[in-house]
Structures are given as C-alpha cells and as structure tokens.
Design a protein around this ligand. Structure first.
Ligand code: ADP
Ligand code: ZN
Ligand code: MG
Length: 651
C-alpha cells in the first residue's frame, strides 16, 4: 500500500500478534493425512474383529505339545492321527473318526526337531498296517479353515486395497485441487459463457490505453477480413503485464464479455499442481478445443508460473519446461487464419522465458499500470456504485491518499468500508468508515485493547515524533499527514507521509530523505532515553532502510563509488560460478559498503535534525501522549519554527 509513505513502528516491547494461518496447501495435506489415518484405523479394526471372531478349534481339549509328542512316540499313546495345520495340531484318538484334542506347536524348531516322528512314512502293505496300529499317521495340511484363509488373504489384499484407494484418493484430490471435473490431461479451461456474470470494459476503470489495445484484439477476431485485406497479420499472442492487482485478470474477462467468442481460461499456477506430463497434455487439449471453436480466445493467467526463465537456477522444473514447450509448439503451429488469439497475463515480465516473447508468440505487449489519481477515483467509483453511501463520503480525498495502490487494494478498501458500516449496524457508508478502512488495509486493524505501560507509550510517542519531525524538516520529504500512537496491526504507532502528487520518478534526494525519516524514530529514542536504551520498536524501520538502500545501490546506481552502476539481481537468474551470487565477492563487499554509507548518512542526518529541534520533539511527544492521534492541522502548529540544520542538508 502506501509503502514508502508510511513509517511503521513495531510494538515497543516484544509482541507478536501473528495468527498462524496454515496455508491452503498445508490444510489440504493435513486433511489428506487425517482421512488416510481414519481409513487405516477402520481397516485395522475390521481385521482385529475378524481375528477375535475366528473360532479356535471347535471345542477341542487343549493338551500340551510335549504330551502329544511323547504319546506319538509311544506304542500305547492312543493317537490315531495328527493333523498339523500351521502351528495347530488336531489329534484323533484311536477308534475315533473326528479329532477330539488340540495342541499348539511351540515356536522352537519344526515338529520333527521337537521329536514328532512319522514312523510309518516309508512303509507299505502289511508293515504299514502294523505300524498304523501302533503309531499315529501324521498329516500336514495348509491352514484351511475359513477364518484362517480370510485372515491370510486380508494380509495381502487389505494393504493393496489401501494403496489403491489411497492412490485414487490422491488422484481425486489433485483433480479437485485444480477444480477439474474431467479426466486427466483434459484441459479444464473454463468457458466464460452467458451463464457467468458478464464482465465488460465498463467494469474496468482507468487503464484507457490497455483497454484500447484489447478492443483492437476483439476487433481482429470479429472482422478478420478487414485486416487481412490490407495484408495485416493478426497477432497470435498478447501479453498483459503489470503489478499484482492492477486488473489484468479482470481485463481479460472483460475481453471475453465484449468479444462474444468462446473464451478458454486457465491459470499457470494450476499447472504447478499437476502430475508429471499432465501439464503438456492439458495445453494440447486446450488449444485443440480453442481451434475447433474458432474464433476464440485462450487466456493463460499467471503464465510466469510455468514460463520462468529456463536457465535460472532453481527455476523451471522439467515439468514446467514441458508445459512451456507445449505452449510454444502450439503457438508456432497456428495457421495464420486459425482465429485463435492467446492472451497471457503476468506480474513478472522480467522473469519470463525469452522464447515466449519472440515474434509469432506473445509479440504484443499491453502494459497495465498502477492507477493514477484520476484512475483511482474512477476505480473507487466503480466499487461504490452499488453501495449506499453518506453524503460526506470523499472518494477524491482517498484517491489522493492512495498513490501506489492497485485496483485490488482500492476494491479491498471499498469492501472494508462497507463491512465497517455493517459492523456498526449503519445504513450508509460514511467517510469515517472509508478512512478507517484505508488505514486498516494499509497497516492492519486498530488495537485499542493492546496494553502499553506508561514507559512504552512514552517511547512510542518520542519515536513517532522523531519520524514526523525529520520528515517535516527535510526539504525533499513528503508532508506529514497523521501521527498516532494507537497500535494498529503489528505496529506500536504510525507516522503517515503523503505524496502530494503521483510521480513516476524519485530523485536521490527524496530517497535519502525517506531513509533519514525512517531512521528518525530510533534516533529520537536514542537522544531521549540514551544510547543503550534502544527498543525493538524500530525493527521494521531498519528493515525498510536496509531494503531501500539496497535497491538504491543495486538497481538505481545511487552509490557513492558506484554511481551509475547497477548490479544484476539474483531474481533475474544471473549467477557467477565462483560465488553463487550474481557478482563477485569483491563486488558484494563494495555493495555492502555502499549500503552502509547510505544508512549511516541517514542516521546522521536524522540526528542533526532532531538535535536542532529538541523543543519541537518534546512538544510533539507530549501532544501525542495527550491526544494519541494528531492530524495534519494539529501538526502544522506543533511543527512551526522547526529548522533545517546545515549538517542535514544535501543541497
Ligand atoms: P491482477 O490479475 O492484475 O492481479 P485482478 O484482475 O485479479 O488483478 O484484480 C483484482 C480485483 O481488483 C478485481 O477483481 C477488481 O475488483 C479490482 N480491480 C483491479 N483493477 C481494477 C480496475 N481497473 N477497475 C476496477 N476494479 C479493479
Ligand atoms: Zn518507526
Ligand atoms: Mg490476476
């Protein structure tokens, strides 16, 4: 949100309000594990039941195995037959047809080793008959009772069934994950038809030039002959590029609504959830469908998910590469008059594989920019169109305050404002709802309930006053809009700076003032409470300083020794072999040194300003302790008379 315009202060004394929201992915996995465990327990219960129900031998007398063996070796042992089945022995006595006794083999060695000999084994004729009179016949049979065999089968079958079931379950989950209802490999591209809520260009505010470009595309599809007659080639691919939330997806849907041709849409991130080989076949199927429905539009949202640079380390996996290659193959295979136009959207053009941008592929680029003030007002109007609003609602003031916000941010603010009014059971959305929603979206909800002790409040008051004064005094900083020590979101207090207008470029002076005012909080704490009493309240300020100064050095060529030099970033996928970084060890050291120069200078300038304006610092801090929040008009009086010391001036 108003990123560089807000200086945040994290709560003074270690506080964490982070609710641990497991990601969707994690939830899904947990769910999967839970269901799998449940199934497993169920199956084990069934097996347990089966075993406990399985009849021991039908009411036979159990006798010790040693007794059985002794009697089997005794002429007068009175045993006619021993049937061995697994570990179980059934003993039929002489003169009986059915076994009446049972015994169990103990675990050591075979029955033969334990002394159970089959004396009559190799005999025949009379000798056999004679032997049978004295010694038992010993028969071995495989365990054949019903329960035993069920049990044996279960040992093999059940795990197999579990595995098969589990496999199908994963397949189904994977399919539903990508909202798939057809089989594998079938493109599940959604077709935006008349049944869907139709989006038109009217729903897309601002972005006139992008809309213009896309209108032309729609015209290509509707009147191809007009272009062909003049020998103009119809573009095959259009790439919508722009920051997240700028309305790329919305705009593509508007094209669908305007064009009145079949519109197949798929998201690059959906490919990432697919099994090996499925991505490519989906692409094939998608293009086939589109061609048979020509004229038609294919929309690939978030194409960077599959089409990142193939040479980047840790970049495209083989699966993504196959998917990307298939997209390229399909686009190359288009006949000139195929009547299919592919629109893709991405937040990261710089990350895209160059092959995608070659002629005949996505050779048309449509930039979707962050909205300017006038466009922000239009977007707000779109989102308040069907909401009941009070007469004091000042959308223009909000548009002014929200430089750097995307359309999605603004839609979010509009929605939060409505929720705020509903929470208090009001009929209309007021300007206060709007302001509260803006601050809530930018930093997080107010936490009036958070308890700060008097010392913490005082530290916070001086900290915020420090930001405010440094920002106010330095000539290239934006004006202070509001200061508060009411905790909000993760912050202990907030100082807001507002850009007076939208600007495309920022000068090194402005950026250095941003660094200095960000340091102002901690420096004020140091001046008032002593060098060693620094708190954790400045961590997000320091992070901001670190990030901004790094980008000033690496991306903007704003170093002292490295002025006008930029350095390749790791994200762009450049690495030197020796260091694993995009640059050498020496260069890394140089960059670190330059970053330190910037932050040291910022701290020094902040200190010079604050020391020269101590009375104003006290004044502002006490006013904050008294009123908690100071608005622009209060600040005007409180900051009157502050001066810019020479040590803090840059030019
Ligand atoms: P992107 O795809 O560029 O990340 P989206 O198209 O998903 O952004 O935009 C998210 C939401 O933000 C949209 O559904 C819409 O409510 C709102 N939005 C973004 N840009 C605009 C705009 N120009 N006009 C109206 N609403 C917008
Ligand atoms: Zn701060
Ligand atoms: Mg999108």
């Amino acid at each position: 949100m108003p990123n560089s315009n807000v200086t945040k202060k994290t709560p003074a004394m270690g506080d964490s309000q982070n609710s641990d929201n497991p990601s969707d992915q994690q939830k899904r996995t947990n769910n999967l594990i839970r269901r799998f465990t449940f199934t497993l327990i169920l199956v084990l219960l069934c097996i347990g039941l089966a075993v406990s129900l399985s009849p021991k031998s039908e009411n036979l007398d159990e006798v010790p195995i040693s007794d059985v063996i002794a009697r089997a070796n005794d002429e007068n042992g009175n045993i006619r037959k021993i049937t061995v089945s697994g570990n179980e022995l059934k003993i039929t006595l002489k003169g009986k047809d059915q076994p009446t006794q049972t015994s169990r083999k103990d675990s050591s060695g075979t029955l033969y080793d334990q002394g159970l000999k089959n004396y009559c084994e190799d005999l025949s004729g009379d000798k056999l008959k004679e032997c049978r009179e004295k010694y038992p016949t010993i028969e071995y049979e495989s365990p054949s009772d019903v329960w035993g065999s069920i049990f044996d089968a279960a040992i093999v079958v059940v795990p197999t069934l579990i595995l098969i079931g589990f496999f199908f379950y994963i397949m189904r989950t994977a399919q539903s994950m990508s909202r798939e209802s057809l089989g594998f490999g079938k493109a599940k591209a959604k077709l935006y038809g008349p049944d869907k809520k139709k989006v038109t260009f009217k729903d897309v505010a601002g972005n006139e030039s992008a809309k213009q470009d896309l209108t032309e595309i729609v015209d290509f599809l509707k009147n191809p002959s007009r272009y062909e007659k003049l020998g103009a080639k119809i573009p095959r691919g259009v790439l919508l590029a722009g920051a997240p939330g700028t309305g790329k997806t919305l705009m593509a849907r508007a094209v669908a609504g305007e064009a009145n041709v079949p519109f197949f849409s798929i998201s690059g991130s959906e490919f990432a959830e697919m099994f090996v080989g499925v991505g490519a076949s989906r692409v094939r199927d998608l293009f086939k469908k589109a061609k048979s429905n020509a004229p038609s539009i294919i929309f690939i949202d978030e194409i960077d998910a599959v089409a990142h640079k193939r040479d980047a380390r840790g970049g495209a996996g083989r699966e993504d590469e196959q998917t990307l290659n298939q997209i390229l193959v399909e686009m190359d295979g288009f006949e000139n008059d195929s009547g299919v136009i592919v629109i893709a959207a991405t937040n990261r053009v710089d990350m895209l594989d160059k092959a995608l941008l070659r002629p005949g592929r996505f050779d048309r680029h449509v930039n979707v920019a962050l909205p300017e003030r006038k466009d922000r007002l239009e977007i707000l109007k779109v989102h308040f169109k069907n909401k009941p609003v009070a007469s004091d609602l000042d959308l223009d003031a909000l548009a002014k305050k929200t430089a750097g916000s995307s359309g999605a941010d603004l839609a979010n603010i509009a929605n939060e404002a409505a929720i705020g009014a509903a929470r208090e059971n009001r009929e209309k959305i007021t300007n206060a709802d709007l302001t509260e929603a803006f601050e809530r979206v930018a930093i997080g909800p107010e936490r009036k309930s958070k308890v700060m002790n008097d010392y913490e409040r005082k530290v916070t008051a001086y900290h915020e006053a420090g930001h405010a004064i440094v920002g106010h005094v330095l000539p290239d900083s934006d004006p202070v809009h509001k200061v508060t020590i009411i905790p909000r979101g993760q912050t202990g207090g907030v100082t807001w700076f507002l850009p007076p207008e939208d600007r495309s470029y920022k000068s090194i002076y402005e950026l250095k003032d941003v660094l200095a005012r960000a340091m102002g909080g901690r420096v004020a704490e140091k001046i008032i409470f002593g060098e060693d009493s620094v708190t954790t309240g400045a961590s997000s300020d320091l992070k901001h300083v670190a990030e901004l100064s790094k980008s000033m050095i690496i991306e903007e060529g704003m170093g002292t020794e490295t002025r006008n030099l930029v350095f390749p970033s790791e994200e762009a996928g450049y690495y030197t072999i020796s260091t694993g970084k995009p640059y050498s060890e020496k260069t890394a050291e140089l960059i670190d040194k330059e970053i330190k120069i910037l932050s040291d200078e910022a701290a020094k300038r902040a200190e010079a300003v604050l020391k020269a304006n101590l009375p104003a610092l006290d004044r502002l801090a006490s006013a904050l302790l008294e009123n908690e929040t100071l608005e622009e008009k209060d600040l005007e009086t409180l900051l009157k008379g502050t001066t810019l010391p020479k040590a803090a001036a840059l030019h």
